[in-house]
Design a protein around this ligand. Structure first.
Ligand code: F6R
Length: 245
């Protein structure tokens, strides 16, 4: 069952969710984290950075696997997820570069990259997977209609997702890549626990569908209702606005 923690706003969301992840790393300094990009986790990452700078935690034995990466965007591009993770977290903590993993769209054989990433994930145990949620219910870049059995795959991004992300590309949808490489739903579900963060009215319908809607591949996040371990959703007042109670 999904545990929902309702918070006031983005600031409280970042503190509450940040504390959950911090306590996991403090309790298990050799843990493996599944990480996400996007606006939702930035405050949580800042919370972890502050805790690290205050000497409360070390990431030197932590491993990480990111959910996804755009295709056809060089790693050095400021909006690549590789750059995002370094700018917003990795450059500010003591995690080792060799311990961080992101799916890669480099090289000519994307199917091989997908298989290698799934193999690496299957050889590891992700202790906690951090997720944001798309307005259309996507997790990672698994858009509506993706099989719940999917493992790391190449996806065509929906126009809605590209529009939502255009804000990172000078507001120009034409600059947003059309394809991405992402962990599949099955990879995400293999994590021992899941922490999903959602903020703002743009997410209200998605949080309602997640908490109250049917479990269907048309709403990828609904798979989390089938998770056997702990799934915690931290959502602010605006994101919870459409919940019936
Ligand atoms: C990010 C990711 C996406 C985002 C989702 C929400 O790695 O996989 O599923 O979590 O698009 O994005 P934000 O947080 O920007 O609203």
């Amino acid at each position: 069952m999904i545990e929902l923690i309702k918070v006031k706003d983005y600031k409280e969301l970042s503190e509450v969710a940040g504390k959950i992840m911090l306590e996991l790393v403090q309790a298990n300094p050799e843990c493996t984290l599944g990480l996400a990009t996007g606006s939702s986790p930035v405050g949580l990452y800042q919370y972890l950075i502050d805790a690290y700078k205050a000497g409360k935690v070390s990431f030197k034995n932590v491993k990480s696997f990111n959910l996804d990466e755009y295709c056809d965007l060089p790693r050095e591009h400021p909006e690549s997820y590789y750059s995002f993770m370094h700018t917003n977290l990795f450059n500010h903590i003591d995690i080792k570069e060799e311990n961080v993993h992101l799916p890669s769209s480099l090289g000519g054989d994307l199917e091989k990259n997908c298989k290698e990433y799934s193999d690496a994930l299957n050889a590891a145990t992700v202790d906690m997977q951090l997720l944001g949620i798309g307005a259309n219910g996507h997790i990672g870049f698994n858009e509506p209609g993706t099989s719940f059995d999917s493992e790391t795959l190449i996806v065509t991004l929906k126009e809605k997702t590209r529009l939502d992300n255009a804000r990172f590309f000078d507001g120009d949808i034409n600059q947003v890549p059309t394809h991405a490489i992402t962990m599949g739903i099955k990879n995400i579900m293999n994590a021992k626990s899941v922490l999903l963060v959602a903020s703002g009215s743009n997410k209200a319908q998605a949080i309602k569908n997640l908490m109250e809607g049917p479990i269907t591949e048309e709403f990828p996040a609904s798979a989390l209702n089938n998770h056997q371990g702990k799934v915690i959703v931290v959502a602010d007042e605006e994101a919870c606005a459409l919940l019936s109670k």
